[in-house]
Design a protein around this ligand. Structure first.
Ligand SMILES: [Zn+2]
Length: 317
């Protein structure tokens, strides 16, 4: 693939090949007149190559992704790529990050605000700025996420299997699992694909707490991809990758206390007992049965659960 090696221009600032820059995506005013800045870090080689976006903190409490990007851009080899360019946005949803919440103060999910509006809500404006200032500059990107509240995700990559570039890049990341995840309306991935940009989504760990296995898997995957793109010189062992065509959630049939001894990422068989729901009075126990052969991609860590709660996410080959 031949990459253009043009000047990157953001907010009227020219960032030439061989230089680096830190700038703000835009200035966003809060009700207190406080101005929120969203820093963007750019590292460019003199040698032509791909422009890779590293994006985290779309959901403010998903801090594993933020830590992955922090560790990546702390590295000398990432800051000085052999070819191409890195555009890193470690915390895109700074407002939610500051309040320790997933979503924006108006309750909006930033990842449902795309493609955004110039004069829209806060989420719409951030989405608009990403789509119009950053996306025209990049070739590919990785969007780092973490499981929802109390759900711990085994480190995994989400790709669209019927998009060849997307899946090929995913395989170079070499995670343990790649889950086929069709596009969803109004998400960054969907709108990026409409512009011909391939975005991989990494998921790992649980919101609001560090998961060091997920952090190192996310970082190593990114370094493997950068090595494949000839941006860095580093050899890391590859995981044997399992492709999962679809997934299903096992939900609680009754409310109660949820126990499982299953380990995230492990293989399970159809009709296997994968957990137990008990009432608090020692009178009733119900077995949680796997509906399918598969791999555990996420486990709900809540002890007290309600009927219908999602307890285990199972990926199916
Ligand atoms: Zn997320």
């Amino acid at each position: 693939m031949i990459y253009e090696h043009k000047t990157i221009q953001i907010n009227g600032i020219d960032i030439e090949p061989g230089s680096s820059a830190t700038l703000n995506l835009n200035l966003y005013q809060l009700p207190t007149k406080t101005i929120i800045e969203i820093p963007v870090y750019i590292y460019r080689s003199k040698k032509p190559g791909p422009v890779l976006l590293l994006l985290a903190g779309m959901h403010g409490d998903e801090i594993n992704g933020i830590e992955i990007v922090r560790q990546l851009i702390s590295r000398e080899d990432v800051r000085n790529p052999i070819c191409g360019s890195i555009i890193a946005i470690p915390v895109i949803n700074i407002i939610a990050f500051l309040s320790g919440t997933r979503d924006l103060p108006d309750g909006r999910d930033l990842n449902r605000c795309f493609p955004g509006k110039k004069n829209g809500s806060l989420g719409g404006r951030i989405a608009y700025d990403l789509m119009n200032k950053i996306f025209p500059q990049i070739d590919f990107g990785i969007d780092f996420h973490t499981g929802g509240a109390k759900i711990n995700n085994f480190p995994q990559l989400r790709c669209v299997f019927n998009n060849e570039t997307n899946l090929e890049l995913g395989k170079k990341f070499s995670p343990t699992f790649i889950l086929n995840s069709p596009f969803r309306e109004k998400t960054l991935r969907n709108e990026a694909a409409k512009k011909g940009k391939s975005i991989l989504v990494f998921e790992g760990g649980e919101s609001s707490r560090f998961d060091y296995v997920s952090i190192s898997e996310g970082m190593n995957g990114c370094l493997r991809l950068m090595k494949h793109l000839k941006m860095i010189e580093l050899n890391l062992p590859k995981n044997p990758t399992i492709l999962l065509n679809r997934s299903t959630w096992v939900r609680a049939r009754t409310s109660g206390l949820f126990h499982t001894s299953k380990i995230n990422g492990s293989r399970i068989l159809k009709d296997e007992i994968i957990g137990m729901i008990c009432d608090p009075y020692g009178e009733h126990e119900e077995k949680l049965i796997s509906p399918t052969d598969g791999y555990i991609l996420g486990i709900n860590n809540q002890a007290v659960i309600n009927q219908g709660d999602a307890l285990m996410h199972i990926g199916i080959e």
